[in-house]
Design a protein around this ligand. Structure first.
Ligand code: PMP
Length: 466
């Protein structure tokens, strides 16, 4: 599998880049081009890309319509900072407010999901005057001080001064319920447990509850339908804001523009958060861009109070980023790609579920889960007990290497590294994939799982005492 520059580039990475900037594969891939659902490495080998740059490339690699819009904008104006207005930026703000739940009428643009979440934390603290946050186990919210503080994955809580006043509640990881219960007889106890966590904090200490609507990095954890109605009622009772981090699951990936639209309040109405953050897919990966949508009532109150939230930024409001986002949203709208993501997503989930029963590696597949264009395949050493593979076996590493040999790029997730048991590969393709590409994915994954299961058996036989 060695590519032309694998050795040389691995050595250059080791020489020049900080070690924390991890790459996948023992021999890291150097990618040189991408088109639609495929990427090509420096050896000219093509891979079906069902990872899409950490769930980013909404309309695939190098889409001609978006390319054209960016080329057009690049010839007009490339940079302004936040201190001037541009048409693309205002058009984008307008489009986002149109798509947002009622009341979330103000937009902040940033350069990363981390930044949008950091601003969400600051807004919540300014508005409520409280310092604390409730977050969920296995959450991922970014790489700045606050967002690390509210991330519940051990691998990412490894640098920076961690903010005080963050308490964690169990997540809705139904396959390995943290409360050892089973849906639906559990009565959604994990949602109800949030109230206990709130009450364990000093009175008035909690500004907001932070949650990825669907946890991504934590393993595509999709809470049951009743979850957010219960959570929101608890938050309302305690006067705590709800920050929905849709950096990964938003912008249509689940088959609705906001993943929270899949959930209903008890009266049948929408569950409306106070702040939503978006990033990643927003402009299909053309340039860094994130957005925060917030209730007007919150920003107005802050403005009437200290009013001290003013700022200017160098790279936000970038017209190229906005042009790419508008072209992406336009294409998605014209081709009804979000509705298609719901339909195609159902086919994707159905196809992946066959991995549980068909193929020589089916016995190491414990769970297949997900929603829309987000899916996870969880690996287990024993399906009955859900026992994970021993860490030393590096099963996920073997599986992604086998996937690569089958011409497939997927998203590895090593549970031990993240402080939970689930070893996974995850899937987050562009919305433009075809039914044929879904078949190709499943067959490649089936082959890779069979090879991984054989490797696991080989390791066990070699280690066996005779
Ligand atoms: N929130 C979620 C849910 C994410 O998945 C990520 C990135 N994986 C972030 C925030 C941080 O986004 P960025 O990497 O753009 O800072």
């Amino acid at each position: 599998m060695a590519t032309v520059s694998a050795g040389r580039n691995a050595a250059r990475k080791a020489r020049y880049l900080m070690e924390c900037q991890r790459t996948y594969y023992r021999e890291p891939l150097t990618l040189v081009s991408g088109s639609g659902s495929y990427v090509t490495d420096d050896a000219g080998r093509r891979y079906l890309d069902f990872f899409a740059g950490i769930a980013v490339l909404l309309v695939g690699h190098s889409h001609p319509k978006v390319n054209a819009a960016v080329h057009d904008q690049i010839d007009k104006l490339t940079h302004t900072s936040t201190l001037y207005l541009t048409e693309p930026m205002l058009d984008l703000a307008e489009r986002l407010v149109e798509a947002a739940p009622a009341g979330l009428d103000k937009v902040f643009f940033g350069n990363s999901g981390t930044e949008a979440n950091e601003v969400a934390a600051a807004l919540a603290r300014h508005f409520t005057g409280a310092k604390g946050f409730i977050a969920l186990d296995h959450a991922y919210h970014g790489r700045s001080a606050w967002t690390i503080g509210v991330s519940g994955l051990s691998a990412y809580r490894n640098f920076g001064a961690e903010p005080q006043h963050v308490a964690f509640a169990p997540n809705a990881y139904c396959y390995r319920c943290p409360l050892q219960l089973t849906y639906p007889s559990c009565g959604i106890a994990c949602a109800k447990a949030i109230e206990g966590v709130i009450e364990a904090q000093p009175a008035g200490d909690v500004a907001a509850f932070y949650a990825e609507t669907i946890q991504g990095v934590g393993g595509i954890i999709t809470p049951p339908p009743e979850y957010y109605a219960i959570v929101k009622e608890i938050l309302d009772r305690h006067g705590i804001l709800f920050i929905a981090d849709e950096v990964l699951c938003g912008a249509g990936r689940t088959g609705k523009f906001f993943a929270l639209e899949h959930y209903r309040a008890r009266n049948g109405g929408p569950v409306v958060p106070d702040i939503i953050t978006l990033g990643k897919s927003l402009n299909g990966g053309y340039s860094p861009l994130s957005a925060l949508l917030v209730k007007t009532s919150i920003v107005d109150t802050i403005a009437r109070g200290s009013g001290s939230f003013a700022h200017a930024q160098t790279y936000s409001h970038n017209p190229l980023a906005a042009a790419a986002a508008l072209a992406t949203m336009h294409y998605v709208h014209n081709k009804r790609l979000v509705e298609r993501a719901a339909l195609l997503g159902a086919e994707l989930q159905k196809s992946l579920k066959t991995l549980l029963t068909q193929g020589a590696g089916a016995h190491i597949v414990g769970d297949v889960r997900g929603i829309g264009m987000l899916a996870a395949v969880e690996l287990v050493a024993d399906r009955e007990t859900k026992k994970p593979f021993p860490r030393a076996m590096k099963v996920v590493e073997t599986l992604i290497k086998e996937c690569l040999a089958h011409g497939l790029v997927v998203w590895p997730n090593v549970g031990h590294a993240n402080g939970h048991d689930g070893d996974l590969v995850m899937i987050a393709p562009p919305f433009t994939i075809t039914l044929e590409e879904i078949d190709e994915l499943t067959e490649s994954l089936r082959g890779a799982l069979a090879a991984t299961a054989a490797a696991v058996l080989g390791q066990a036989l070699l280690a066996q005492k005779t």
